[in-house]
Structures are given as structure tokens and as C-alpha cells.
Design a protein around this ligand. Structure first.
Ligand code: SPV
Ligand code: MG
Length: 302
């Protein structure tokens, strides 16, 4: 029986652990699914992911806009908040460069924390940034400047639970593992709670080299987009704490939509794909239609 006072998915469910709590109580590898909306996040939660990565590429691609600092912080926060409201697992928000200067970072921390987001990730590129896999210049801000952003972020947060991931793009910009290490040590000194080390190589070599010298100073987060054959268990054995499958859901969505629309458009009917596509009952379940209608039912019928 449901009572009217029980929380629904209209608010952050109180049983949702913070990102830090989830990290502390789970064993590596922690797996985050990239999502750009609540529907994808709820499906990821149902299949067993530990948390969600609110992807800047995904959120911009969902609007067919480049991941190039074009959407505003409010746009990203709106998408991320919708994801966290629907999911009972913690969301790590991809906040790019922190949307500008260190004051923008402080504002970002205030706003994300007030919205119930318990982890954010900022990267050491210059604003405006462009997605790491776009062939373009990926200029980094200087180490001191990014450390200042991290210090301001840690000062701006309320309480001690909020989690800040410092992401280095040193390897993306061609500066190599040593520069990545040098920067990540500085980010640890500045108060980062974890480091995200990104590589666009087709192998895990740069990440492994980083891990060998990092000595587990802080949890390490990776995004194995270009080296997908390094599975989460093997990455954890090498010292990775969190693996983000950032873009696979977006790519799967594009493939599935293209295939379904092509088939329907060509034949003028959906008959041939009816068995493959989710039934309406599945959609209604994901929307929690029954729980919502129960809210409106007479008290003795709940
Ligand atoms: C994102 O998902 O937006 C990321 C990860 O930042 S990646 O696109 O792989 O750089
Ligand atoms: Mg991003």
C-alpha cells in the first residue's frame, strides 16, 4: 500500500546515496552509464549501473548542437537535475571547464549542490572547450589556474560530502602522461576528490602508464571510449576506481532510432519491427504510470 507521503520520482528519492557514499561502500569497478535524459538513466539503473554520468556530449547531441561550450550551465543543470530526480543512483555531472572562470565554478557548485547533485567533474581545458574527440586544438589552462578553480570549488561546497572530480586533458592535447601526472598531483594538492584521466588512444597504454606511477593517491576515473576492449574488471585490477561508459548509450540510441525509422519509412508499416521494439507497457512502467495514478486514487483503494 502506498501512502500519499511516500516520495515519488518527482523529487530526489531520499534513499539515494551520495556519490561519495556510493564510492565508499562499493567495490571497484564502479560503473557509470552516460545518459542525456532521465529515460536513459532509469534504464541504466534498472540494468545495474552504480551511477550516471550526465554527459556534456550526450546533452548537447540530444539537441543536435556540438559539445563546444555552446549550451549554458542552466541547460546542463536542467538536464542533469531531471536525470537525478528520476534515478535512485547518484549522478556525476560533466561540467566541462566549470563554465568559465573560478567564479563560474563557485556558482556551478552552489547550483548543482542545491539541485541535489552530489558529484561534479571539471576539466583543465580553456573555456570554450570542444569535445575531446573532435579534431581541433585542445588548449589547456595553466596548472595554477585550474588548481585555483578546484580550491574555489571546494570552498564553495556546503558540508564535506560533495565530490569534485578533476579531469586532465593532458593526454588529449598531446602533452603526454608525465604532464598528466604532474597536473593530477597538483589537483590532488588543491583538494580534488578524484582524478579523471582521459586518453584518445586506441589502447589503454597511457592509462596503465599513469596508474603505475600514480600510486593510488586518489581514486582514478577513466572513460574507455577508444579502448573499449579493456573491461571494467581488468581496469579495476590495474588501479581504476570508476569506469564511465560515456557515449555508448547515445550511440545505441542513434543506431536503434535509425534502424526503426528506416524500416517503417521504407515499408510504410511498423509490422516487421514490432517484436524488437519496446512495448507500450514497458514505456508506462518506466514512467511509473501506475504509481502516479495511485496518487489520485481514493485512500482506501491504494
Ligand atoms: C562526455 O561524455 O561528454 C565526455 C566524455 O566528456 S568524452 O565525450 O568521451 O570526452
Ligand atoms: Mg563532456
Amino acid at each position: 500500500m502506498t501512502t500519499a507521503s511516500e516520495p515519488q520520482r518527482t523529487a530526489l528519492p531520499p534513499e539515494t546515496a551520495s556519490f561519495r557514499q556510493m564510492l565508499e561502500k562499493s567495490e571497484a569497478p564502479i560503473k557509470l552509464a552516460g545518459a542525456h535524459d532521465a529515460l536513459g538513466a532509469v534504464i541504466a539503473e534498472e540494468v545495474g549501473f552504480d551511477g550516471i554520468w550526465a554527459s556534456s556530449l550526450g546533452i548537447s547531441a540530444a539537441r543536435c548542437i556540438p559539445d563546444a561550450s555552446l549550451l549554458t550551465m542552466t541547460d546542463y543543470l536542467d538536464a542533469t537535475e531531471n536525470i537525478q530526480k528520476a534515478a535512485s543512483i547518484p549522478v556525476a555531472a560533466d561540467c566541462d571547464t566549470g563554465f568559465g572562470s573560478s567564479l563560474n565554478v563557485a556558482h556551478m557548485v552552489h547550483e548543482y549542490q542545491a539541485a541535489g547533485i552530489t558529484a561534479v567533474c571539471i576539466e583543465d581545458k580553456v573555456f570554450p572547450k570542444v569535445n575531446s574527440f573532435v579534431s581541433a586544438e585542445h588548449a589547456l589552462c595553466d596548472t595554477r589556474g585550474f588548481c585555483h578553480k578546484l580550491e574555489v570549488a571546494k570552498t564553495a561546497q556546503q558540508g564535506s560530502d560533495f565530490f569534485i572530480i578533476a579531469r586532465t586533458e593532458a593526454m588529449i592535447s598531446g602533452l603526454g602522461v608525465d604532464e598528466g601526472l604532474r597536473r593530477c598531483h597538483a589537483y590532488a594538492e588543491a583538494g580534488a576528490d578524484a582524478v579523471l584521466v582521459h586518453s584518445k588512444q586506441a589502447t589503454n597504454h597511457q592509462i596503465v602508464e599513469f596508474l603505475e606511477q600514480w600510486d593510488a593517491r586518489l581514486p582514478v576515473v577513466i572513460v574507455p571510449t577508444t579502448y573499449p576492449d579493456w573491461d571494467a574488471a581488468a581496469a579495476a585490477a590495474a588501479g581504476v576506481s570508476v569506469v564511465i561508459y560515456a557515449i555508448q548509450g547515445l550511440r545505441a540510441t542513434v543506431s536503434a532510432l535509425r534502424s526503426a525509422y528506416t524500416s517503417i519509412q521504407a515499408s510504410g508499416a511498423s509490422t516487421s519491427i514490432e517484436e524488437e521494439i519496446a512495448p507500450l507497457t514497458d514505456i508506462f512502467r518506466l514512467q511509473r504510470v501506475r504509481e502516479w495514478l495511485t496518487l489520485d486514487a481514493p485512500a482506501d483503494a491504494r
